[in-house]
Design a protein around this ligand. Structure first.
Ligand code: COI
Length: 356
């Protein structure tokens, strides 16, 4: 394994005192991880350095053609005070899925988990302690060849930054209002919808902006071909409890294979719930609502954790779910998932990794 050089900052920043005001992704720790890829040399020069600006040519290809991928993961302050990571190997595996789709050279997944652990260790004091907080970790890779021409890059940078965070949505665990998007689409099969790449989020901005003007937190995307089948919500995968079945859209190439989604399915199945990964049309959800069978809905994501959905607006129809309150299953999932992540509940699945 390559050696990671560490250069500690000479100017540590003051850490946030009031953890109730962290918000999301606005404050950054003292250090970051960097590694370069140059054709012929592979990934090399892994290092932890003081957090700061990165020098980039204005012709850098990531700025022009969007050859960029990223991940989202968190470090938690465990009950014993030690930092904990949640299924970090899954994030690195997904990063390589994204890399492959965007012609980015694959990373050594095991090494990158070690690099992230080393960074979290260096910035350990930045992991907030209050309930509901964590250290958000953002690994990302971008193309830096100075070339105004479209081709896979020969030079890239892998960077990891960290940010102490609270809840992603200002609503916290209170149910969010979601707008079913019928005009814009996010992705189609064969495209990049299953990857975490900047372009997918750029594609979502217009719809999100319009939804927010109508007082909705996020949009629910429908499939890009028939505009019929449910895909995912802005920054989360989505689940619907219909009668005694819990349904989430199957992974068919256009939606993100969330790690919280996977963990949610595994947890629910371990409790004996019937979970189906299948096609689910918005008509089916609406019919279930009319028949009183739409019991609950919630989103899942690393940033969002478990986010109950209290209202869905589809055209002129407004569906209020579970009286706009958090449902039993959403609450149970939130408690158990965060309990495991924060080391308060026994981790029967072996998901949690301690940072030594
Ligand atoms: C995450 O859930 O980690 C994400 O990357 C979603 C978002 C913050 C873009």
């Amino acid at each position: 394994m390559q050696e990671i050089k560490i250069e500690l900052t000479k100017n540590p920043k003051a850490k946030p005192q009031d953890e109730s005001k962290l918000g999301f992704g606005q404050i950054f720790t003292d250090h970051m991880f960097l590694m370069n890829y140059d054709e012929g040399e592979g990934w090399h020069n892994p290092r932890i350095v003081p957090f700061g600006p990165i020098e980039l040519s204005p012709a850098a290809m990531c700025l022009h053609y969007g050859q960029e991928v990223f991940e989202g993961m968190k470090a938690y302050r465990g009950a014993n005070g030690k930092p904990l990571l949640f299924r970090p190997e899954k994030n690195m595996a997904r990063l390589n899925l994204s890399n492959d789709r965007l012609c980015i050279p694959l990373i050594d997944e095991e090494f990158c988990v070690e690099a992230i652990k080393a960074l979290v260790k260096v910035d350990e004091e930045w992991i907030p302690k209050s309930e509901g907080t964590s250290l958000y970790i953002r690994p990302f890779i971008f193309a830096v060849d100075p070339h105004v021409g479209v081709h896979p890059a020969h030079h890239l940078v892998f960077c990891v930054i960290c940010s102490p965070v609270g809840a992603y949505y200002p609503e916290g665990l209170n149910p969010v209002k979601i707008y079913v998007e019928q005009k814009y689409v996010r992705a189609v099969r064969g495209g990049m919808g299953f990857t975490k790449t900047a372009g997918n989020y750029a594609a979502s901005l217009k719809a999100q902006d319009e939804a927010q003007k109508q007082n909705y937190t996020q949009v629910l995307w429908l499939d890009g071909v028939e505009r019929k089948y449910i895909e995912e919500v802005g920054t989360m995968n989505v689940f619907f409890v219909i009668g005694d079945e819990i349904v989430t859209p199957a992974l068919q190439g256009s939606i993100l294979g969330g790690i919280t989604r996977l963990s949610t399915i595994e947890l629910l199945r371990s409790w004996g719930y019937k979970v189906s990964e299948r096609q689910l049309s918005i008509e089916e959800v609406s019919k279930a609502y009319d028949e009183g069978k739409l019991v609950e809905s919630f989103g899942t994501g690393t940033a969002a954790v478990i986010s109950p959905i209290g209202e869905l607006k589809w055209g002129d129809k407004i569906m209020t779910i579970n009286n706009g309150e958090i449902g039993e299953i959403s609450q149970k999932l939130y408690d158990n998932l965060t309990g495991i992540q924060w080391g308060k509940i026994e981790d029967k699945f072996g998901w949690v990794v301690e940072v030594e």
